[in-house]
Write a protein that binds this ligand. Structure first.
Ligand SMILES: Cc1cc2nc3c(=O)[nH]c(=O)nc-3n(C[C@H](O)[C@H](O)[C@H](O)COP(=O)(O)OP(=O)(O)OC[C@H]3O[C@@H](n4cnc5c(N)ncnc54)[C@H](O)[C@@H]3O)c2cc1C
Length: 384
């Protein structure tokens, strides 16, 4: 298709990330309609894109480490049509007082950092107050009057939470919206897994292979290196699915929605392993928040290794990537103004993390895209 002159397409999808790929796949396979996908990047997959690092042969996730995890069997079954899985349960550690301990902070972390008698005493009090195998948000634990528990809460707050928050968000823990700070849990149990979901894995041939299979359909046409702003005047459509930033779509007319970005720096090292596991967090040391060694994901056997370090930074459009929406009442109100405009446009669907100004895990992204498709399907059936 030549989009430099006026063209009409049936379904136009802006963004070849997970959201865009799911709706494209559904429309092509279920409606038998043609879909034209554009993406401004040079590759498919959006933020789940992975590739082999040429020097070491290790599969790296270019936009940060991704573990697929869900309790939603429908979502799991849907994504499983496009990939086999390599089972993977993430265990994250943080360096606290020079020792690597599991995070979220749990009873194993407690015993690793405190003298035995003290840890045992605090463990008993935690279980008595909250029960075994429960979670308590850090801010709730800080409200306790009990001296030992209060001391523990202050310790975790200072050594695990406050420094990480400052680096990650550029805000003090007190300035951060309670929807984020209130969620950070302490786990009163021994389960070290980062996620608790029923299904946890990474695609056995990687996310890019999964993405390729998802859009491998004769009715789907893809154009990379193509920005919506460069083609919006020349291309018309019956339906538009927009998965880019919602404020950009409306030319930032109410102002830009703020994001936090990351400078992810990759390093190849001439040794087999660089660290003890996939992800090590550094709440109190260095300027980066976490170090990721990718070969752990798929047990890749290579003589050399690749790690990445994430340096959080401010987002500036065109300069770096919008990674994390910054939750606050003000930003939410700004988003709602855009959302109101969006809802008035006929045959135009805004979906995905950037158009919804929400942090979505991959399973939530897939679920939202499937729901978007289901709504259109219901309307079409109703019209028949
Ligand atoms: C650091 C990090 C780690 C994560 N780890 C996990 C994890 O472990 N597990 C998990 O479940 N989820 C994780 N996620 C979330 C996951 O990345 C998202 O759920 C998913 O990628 C969202 O897909 P999307 O299609 O909505 O957005 P995206 O993947 O961002 O896709 C949007 C696409 O639109 C394109 N686009 C934007 N604007 C334009 C334009 N103007 N013109 C043309 N194209 C445009 C972009 O180039 C991009 O390819 C993580 C997210 C981050 C930031």
């Amino acid at each position: 298709m030549n989009i430099s002159k006026k063209e009409h397409v049936k379904n136009l999808v802006v963004g070849c990330g997970l959201s865009g790929m799911v709706v494209a796949e559904r429309i092509a396979s279920q409606f038998g309609e043609s879909v034209f996908i554009i993406d401004k990047r040079a590759h498919i997959g959006g933020n789940i894109y992975d590739e082999k690092e040429p020097e070491t042969g290790v599969t790296v996730h270019r936009y940060g480490p991704h573990v697929f995890h869900t309790n939603d069997k429908q979502v799991w079954d849907y994504v499983s049509r496009f990939t086999e899985w390599h089972p993977f349960m993430s265990r994250v550690k943080a360096v606290v007082d020079g020792t690597e301990v599991p995070v979220p902070f749990n009873l194993n972390s407690l015993h690793a950092l405190f003298p035995r008698t003290m840890a045992t005493r605090i463990e008993g009090k935690l279980i008595a107050a909250f029960g075994f195998n429960t979670e308590v948000p850090i801010l709730r634990l800080r409200e306790t009057e009990e001296a030992d528990l209060r001391q523990l809460a202050d310790f975790i707050y200072e050594k695990v939470f406050a420094g990480y928050t400052m680096k990650q968000w550029g805000l003090t823990a007190e300035q951060l919206d309670s929807s984020v700070s209130g969620r950070v849990p302490i786990r009163i149990g021994r389960d070290d897994r980062y996620f608790r979901d029923t299904y946890q894995a990474v695609p056995s041939e990687g996310y890019t292979a999964l993405a390729r299979r998802m859009i491998d359909h004769s009715l789907i046409e893809l154009r990379l290196n193509t920005n919506w702003s460069d083609v919006k005047e020349t291309i018309s459509y019956d339906r538009l699915f927009f998965t880019g930033p919602i404020d950009e779509f409306f030319d930032y007319k109410f102002g830009a929605l703020p994001y936090r970005s990351l400078d992810i720096q990759f390093r190849n090292l001439p040794r087999e392993f660089a660290q003890s596991g996939l992800q090590i967090n550094f709440p109190c040391n260095y300027d980066f928040t976490r170090s990721v060694e990718y070969k752990y994901f798929m047990d890749e056997k290579t003589p050399h290794t690749t790690i990445s370090r994430e340096y959080p930074c401010a987002y500036s459009p065109g300069q770096n990537e919008p990674y994390y929406p910054i939750p606050s009442a003000e930003n939410d109100a700004l988003y709602r103004r855009y959302q109101q405009l969006a809802s008035s446009l006929p045959n135009t669907y805004f979906l995905g993390r950037l158009a919804s100004y929400r942090y979505f895990n991959m399973d939530q992204t897939v679920e939202a895209a499937l729901q978007c498709f289901a709504k259109i399907e219901t309307t079409l059936n109703w019209q028949k």
